[in-house]
Design a protein around this ligand. Structure first.
Ligand SMILES: NC(=O)c1ccc[n+]([C@@H]2O[C@H](COP(=O)([O-])OP(=O)(O)OC[C@H]3O[C@@H](n4cnc5c(N)ncnc54)[C@H](OP(=O)(O)O)[C@@H]3O)[C@@H](O)[C@H]2O)c1
Length: 331
């Protein structure tokens, strides 16, 4: 019989709630513990999701020997210190995106995980959802011929909250790290390594990047045109264009969604997927499959893939002038 895994969630916020709800779909997963900076928040989360243990500090949480794997659901700026804390307590880690504020932090996290032989993966959930897997399969099977161009956008207009994590530079706010990571992710996955990139950003009142546009040439010759924004209601679609046709991943393409396969004569085959949850269960299952096999990283979204992604984000930041307070970038 396969093992049942005791999951611990660090940070009792928005994404933690969706992940907790999806864990219930997995027979091998038990949501065992939650750690928050506030005992009240931990207890309220625990009662909402029937979690056995609630801790009011991250230190107390991580000292629980029964936790098999930690899902880090804190804000961007917490990913580096919180991952180090978990790894230093001998816990495997699934860490929310972006994996760190920069590649230097990521490389330190990776080195620690590897030296301790602990599983470590970025929670880039899109890599595991059925609509993305189907897109990869169609491309592999030649449904659109040779891929030539990837157009990917993530432009939306969330409510403006100056202190909130999207607009506050002290919390690692801005569009690129929060949602621009998705267009870059799909460009890298489907277009391969980036050879050259250009980028330009607009900045808002609080100083964070509110729009960012990127143009890339990949090593195999594919080009990509990518955009993200938190100040305009735009596209949240991806279109992969090939020599025989194109695939459109429809709105909120980074989540489980429908796709359209469109041929050279504009005939559309619409493909829907039956989705039982929010879609976070697929990445969680991948983690448990890897742990079952004693792997310390996933071959589907490896640490090399995370490195490539965070390195591309660093490069875009450099080109577009996206900066954070120095202490948030510290290694
Ligand atoms: N994969 C996805 O679809 C997806 C979607 C949304 C967000 N995310 C990622 O998930 C992460 C969390 O996003 P979220 O929307 O869940 O954020 P959130 O609810 O605003 O905050 C998450 C948690 O971070 C913890 N935290 C730790 N230090 C903090 C500090 N100094 N100030 C405020 N909070 C602090 C808090 O937990 P405690 O107070 O309980 O300790 C808070 O509840 C982000 O990095 C984001 O990129 C991913």
């Amino acid at each position: 019989m396969k093992k049942k895994y005791n999951w611990g969630i660090l940070g009792a916020g928005n994404i933690a709630r969706k992940f907790a709800s999806d864990l219930k779909l997995l027979p091998a997963a038990k949501l065992y513990a939650v750690g928050s900076r506030s005992l009240e928040r931990a207890e309220s989360f625990a009662s909402e999701f029937s979690v056995q243990k609630a801790y009011g500090t991250y230190e107390d949480f991580i000292s629980d020997p029964e936790i098999d794997i930690v899902y880090i659901a804190s804000r961007h700026i917490g990913h580096y210190p919180d991952t180090l804390l978990c790894l230093n307590h001998g816990k495997p880690v699934l860490c929310e995106k972006p994996i760190a504020m920069n590649r230097h932090q990521f490389r330190k996290m990776r080195a620690l995980a590897e030296s301790k032989r602990l599983f470590f993966m970025e929670a880039l959930w899109t890599r595991f959802i059925p609509s993305f897997l189907k897109t990869m399969e169609l491309i592999r099977d030649g449904a659109i011929g040779e891929v030539r161009l990837i157009e990917s956008d993530f432009c939306f207009c969330p409510p403006y909250q100056e202190e909130g994590r999207l607009f506050n530079p002290e919390l690692g706010g801005g569009t690129l790290l929060d949602v621009g990571i998705y267009p870059l992710f799909i460009a890298l996955e489907l277009g391969g390594d980036i050879k050259e990139i250009q980028a330009m950003a607009n900045f808002g009142k609080t100083g964070v990047d509110t729009m960012c546009h990127m143009l890339a040439r990949h090593t195999g010759g594919v080009m990509s045109v990518l955009s993200c924004s938190i100040v305009n209601q735009g596209n949240v679609e991806t279109i992969v264009q090939g020599t025989k046709g194109r695939i459109r991943l429809n709105k909120w393409w980074h989540t489980p969604t429908s796709i359209d396969l469109i041929d050279a004569n504009d005939r559309v085959e619409h493909i829907e997927f039956d989705e039982p949850g929010f879609g976070y269960q697929y990445e969680a299952q991948e983690v448990m499959d890897c742990l079952d096999q004693n792997l310390i990283q996933s071959s589907k979204f490896s640490l090399a893939q995370s490195d490539r992604l965070i390195t591309a984000l660093d490069r875009v930041r450099e080109l577009a002038g996206i900066k954070y307070p120095q202490r948030l970038e510290k290694v």
